[in-house]
Design a protein around this ligand. Structure first.
Ligand SMILES: [Zn+2]
Length: 143
């Protein structure tokens, strides 16, 4: 299904702020108000058109409740269809964002296992966790 008709609106964007983890200025993630698609961030990565962790975190945490609100407030077939399309896209992007953040967290853990990241994704299985599981499975197998 094509959803380009709802992308790139001229409505004012929503802005979400995340504090920088490296002491720089806070990330300001701009989200298209109609499509709920993150469009840019003020951070260095964002200015280079690279999707930063803050934009992913916003896609993960903040946009689904808004999509639900659009759905609840929709009146008439056209609005309901548009709200359903937006909801589906937000869900798809949320899943993708969770996957990318988990991959990055795993990569960071490999690069520097001692570094205490403030857990961008809960419940991610770390290498240590995997090793512990592997060890306990081995132990079970030897019994
Ligand atoms: Zn950013």
């Amino acid at each position: 299904m094509r959803t380009q008709s709802i992308a790139g609106s001229t409505a004012p964007e929503l802005v979400f702020t995340r504090l920088s983890r490296s002491g720089d200025a806070p990330h300001q993630v701009f989200v298209d108000r109609v499509s709920l698609r993150p469009v840019r961030c003020t951070c260095l990565a964002g200015r280079r058109d690279t999707v930063c962790w803050a934009a992913l975190q916003v896609a993960l945490d903040d946009l689904l409740p808004i999509a639900r609100q659009y759905w609840a407030e929709a009146k008439g077939i056209a609005e309901i269809e548009q709200a359903a399309a937006v909801y589906g896209q937000v869900l798809r992007r949320r899943t993708a964002a969770a996957r990318v953040l988990a991959e990055r967290a795993e990569h960071d853990a490999k690069a520097c296992p001692q570094l205490d990241r403030d857990a961008p994704i809960p419940y991610v299985v770390t290498n240590q966790g995997r090793a512990a599981l592997h060890t306990s499975q081995k132990a079970d197998g030897q019994c």
